[in-house]
Design a protein around this ligand. Structure first.
Ligand code: G6P
Length: 433
C-alpha cells in the first residue's frame, strides 16, 4: 500500500510544517512518498526547503521517499493527495494588494476587500488548470486547498473544474478552538465550536467542552480583551456591547468588517512603521531561509510560528489521516453546503463542521442563520460568486461588480479608482482581462 502526497507550492517557507505533520502522524497515516512541486521562480527556495525536508525525514527514520521538481505533470502521477499552497505573483503581488487599497483609504488585506478580490482573480485560473491536470493524471486524488482566498478558490474549483474531490482548509477555526481551550484551561481536543459562515467570515455560535455548553464563559472572556488573532492581523479586541448583542464568537478577520475605521488607522500606522505585511513576511522569510540552509537543522524551526498560518499542517494532516482511515470524526472544512445552511445555495462552499470519511466531508446541519448575521453572510456569499465569475470571464464590469458589492469597498467611484489601479498593477498575472 502506498500513499503519495504532492505539495503544490512546495518551495514555500511553510513546507516544514507539513513535513513535520506527516512525520508525527506516520503511525496512522503512513505516507510513502512526498513530492514538492514549484515553479521556475521558486526553484531556489524549493532546493533549500527540499534539503531541509530531507534532513527532517532522515532524522525521523520514517520510510518516506522525498523528491522535488518543477515538473508538475510528472509529479502528479499516482498521487493520492495534492495539497496546494501557492501565491500567484508572490509577495510582490501581495504587497500591492495590501498597499494600494490603503493608499486609497480602503482596507488593504491579503484575503479581504480589494486585496482578496485581486488574489482570487490571479489565483482561480491557475488552480483551475491544476485541477484539470489532477483530474486527468490522478483522478483518484483528493485536492486539499490551502491557497487563499481558500473558500472562494474552493468554490471556484468545485463549480468550474471537472475534479470534484476538493476540500478547502484554513487554520482560523483551528486557532479559535486552540485559543478557546487555552482560556478554558483544557485541551483543544475537548473543545467543540459550532461554526457558522464562510472562510475568514466564520462565527462560533456555541462552544462546548466535553459536551457542556461554555459559550457564555468564552464570550465574556473575549469581551474582556482576549488576544486570539494570528500573527498576520491586528488584535483590537471586542466590546462587551458587540459580544452581548450578537452572542457570537467573531473570528479575528471580522475586525475588518466591524471595526473598519480602527483597523484602517492601525494598518496605516503599521504601513508607515514596518511596510506592508508582505514586506514583513519577506524579511521573516529571509531569516527563515537562512535557518533552513543550516545543514545541522533537522526540525521545523520555532521561528516559523511567527507566520499567520502557523500550525496549518495540523489541519491538513488530520484531514488526510481521517480520509485515509475513514475515521468519521468531525473537522472544520470548506465544502459544499448541501443544505447545511438552508438559506444558501446547495452548491455554495461554506466553512462548516463536517464528518470526515473516505468519501470526504459530509457537512453537519447548521440550520437557519441567526438574524443578526444573516444579511452579512448572504452579501458575502453573493460577493464571492461575483468574484468567481469575474475571475473566469475577465470582464471589467464583472470585476467592478465584485468591488462595488464588497462590504469593505462599496463606493461607486472608489471601486472604479481602485479597480483601475489594481488591474494595472497586476496586469502581468491577469491574462483573462
Ligand atoms: C492566517 C490566515 C491564512 C493566511 C495567513 C497569512 O493564518 O488564516 O489564510 O495565509 O494568516 O500569514 P502570513 O504570515 O503570510 O502573513
Amino acid at each position: 500500500m502506498t500513499i503519495k502526497l504532492v505539495v503544490i507550492g512546495g518551495g514555500s517557507s511553510y513546507t516544514p510544517e507539513i513535513i513535520e505533520g506527516i512525520i508525527l502522524r506516520h503511525h496512522s497515516f503512513p505516507v510513502t512518498e512526498i513530492v514538492l512541486v514549484d515553479i521556475e521562480e521558486g526553484n531556489q527556495k524549493l532546493e533549500i526547503v527540499g534539503q531541509l525536508a530531507k534532513r527532517m525525514i532522515e532524522k525521523s527514520n520514517k520510510p518516506i521517499k522525498l523528491s522535488w521538481t518543477l515538473d508538475r505533470k510528472e509529479a502528479l502521477k499516482q498521487a493520492d493527495f495534492v495539497s496546494t499552497q501557492i501565491r500567484v505573483g508572490g509577495l510582490t503581488a501581495r504587497s500591492k494588494d495590501e498597499r494600494i487599497p490603503l493608499q486609497h483609504g480602503y482596507i488593504g488585506q491579503e484575503t479581504n476587500g480589494a486585496g482578496g478580490i485581486f488574489k482570487a482573480l490571479r489565483t482561480i485560473p491557475v488552480l483551475l488548470e491544476l485541477a484539470r491536470d489532477v483530474h486527468e493524471i490522478c483522478p483518484q486524488a483528493w485536492v486539499i486547498n490551502f491557497t487563499n482566498p481558500a473558500g472562494i478558490v474552493t468554490e471556484a474549483l468545485l463549480k468550474h473544474s471537472p475534479h470534484k474531490k476538493v476540500i478547502g482548509v484554513c487554520n482560523i477555526p483551528y486557532n479559535m478552538r486552540y485559543s478557546t481551550a487555552e482560556i478554558l484551561n483544557t485541551k483543544p481536543k475537548n473543545v467543540m465550536i459550532e461554526f457558522i459562515g464562510l472562510n475568514h467570515y466564520v462565527f462560533g455560535r456555541k462552544v462546548f467542552v466535553n459536551g457542556v455548553d461554555y459559550t457564555s464563559e468564552v464570550l465574556t472572556k473575549v469581551s474582556q480583551g482576549l488576544d486570539y488573532s494570528p500573527a498576520n492581523i491586528v488584535n483590537l479586541g471586542w466590546s462587551k456591547t458587540f459580544i452581548e448583542a450578537t452572542s457570537l464568537l467573531p473570528n479575528p478577520y471580522h475586525q475588518y468588517y466591524f471595526q473598519t475605521a480602527a483597523v484602517l488607522k492601525k494598518d496605516k500606522q503599521a504601513l508607515e512603521e514596518n511596510g506592508t505585511r508582505a514586506e514583513v513576511v519577506r524579511r521573516l522569510e529571509k531569516s527563515l531561509f537562512e535557518l533552513y540552509k543550516n545543514p545541522d537543522l533537522c526540525d521545523k524551526p520555532k521561528e516559523l510560528e511567527e507566520r499567520g498560518g502557523a500550525f496549518y499542517s495540523d489541519v491538513a494532516c488530520s484531514l488526510m489521516d481521517s480520509i485515509y482511515n475513514n475515521k468519521a470524526d468531525i473537522q472544520t472544512v470548506n465544502t459544499l453546503n448541501k443544505g447545511a445552511i438552508p438559506e444558501l445555495p446547495e452548491d455554495s462552499v461554506i466553512e462548516v463542521n463536517s464528518v470526515i470519511t473516505k468519501n470526504g466531508p459530509q457537512p453537519i446541519t447548521v440550520g437557519a442563520l441567526p438574524n443578526s448575521v444573516k444579511g452579512h453572510i448572504y452579501q458575502m456569499k453573493a460577493f464571492e460568486e461575483l468574484v468567481i465569475r469575474a475571475s473566469i470571464t475577465g470582464h471589467y464590469k464583472d470585476a467592478y461588480l465584485a468591488m462595488v458589492m464588497n462590504p469593505l469597498i462599496g463606493d461607486e467611484v472608489g471601486s472604479k479608482t481602485l479597480l483601475d489601479a489594481l488591474l494595472e498593477a497586476h496586469k502581468d498575472y491577469l491574462p483573462q482581462f
